[in-house]
Design a protein around this ligand. Sequence first.
Ligand code: FE2
Ligand code: FE2
Length: 274
Amino acid sequence: MAEVLAENNNQNYRLIQITDSHLYADRDTIFDGLNTYDTLKDVVDLVASQEQSIDCLLCTGDLAQDSSVGAYQNFLAAMSPLNAPQLWIPGNHDIRSNMQQALEQDSINLKRSVQLGNWRVIMLDSSVEGQVYGLLDQKELADLDLELADSERSNAHVLVCVHHNCLPVDATWLQQHCLKNSDEFFSILDKYSHVKGVLCGHIHQEFEVERNDVTVIATPSTCIQFHPTNADFTIDNENPGYRWLDLMPDGEIKTGVERIVSKSYNIDFTSTDY
Ligand SMILES: [Fe+2]
Ligand SMILES: [Fe+2]
């Protein structure tokens, strides 16, 4: 069922989450004052300088802003120095068929799941064509249940990745853009005790909450950040960043966020949308 990336059950696995790069086919395009291709490359440089070995890159949606095949080709180009397997899920700005077009036919990037030792990483597509909000359709929910049953039988721990936030955040304007059927999502997760984490993008901020022994996590974008508490859309003055995760053999997830510190950016704080 899952693509096996590594078989050793007794080691920890280092995963890097890169999210919400919002790239364009034209590498010179400016988005809210930032060149998103350049900021992704800055984050990639930071990852390359900080991380000795990476077992897998989790790219959790909004890889493109303009949904173009060229944007996904640019993403591959910017990420190439990291030289590790990449898993992709679409966000609200992405078009899955265009993502596929930028990839080799036999690439694993859009696979449903991978196995790293005794960990199963499950990728869910919450994108809804033409909408900012997210929804897991019946196929995604059914596949999630199948993956969880299968991984439970093989005594694996589970990390689930989904673009849209499945728990409310303090920035209440984001609530209209959340995963609309998070109740259905959690009713499936709650049947199992081997799910350890849910990893999201979309909210462009650091977030970590425990729910029923599952850590629900979100991560800064590689471009603009959303203010974590303002009720209305506000761009935050934090720098781009990424998240590292260590999946431990006993089911623990160790994790943290790293941001660019050596640069300042010309972010357009007057923007009222993204
Ligand atoms: Fe985004
Ligand atoms: Fe998004």
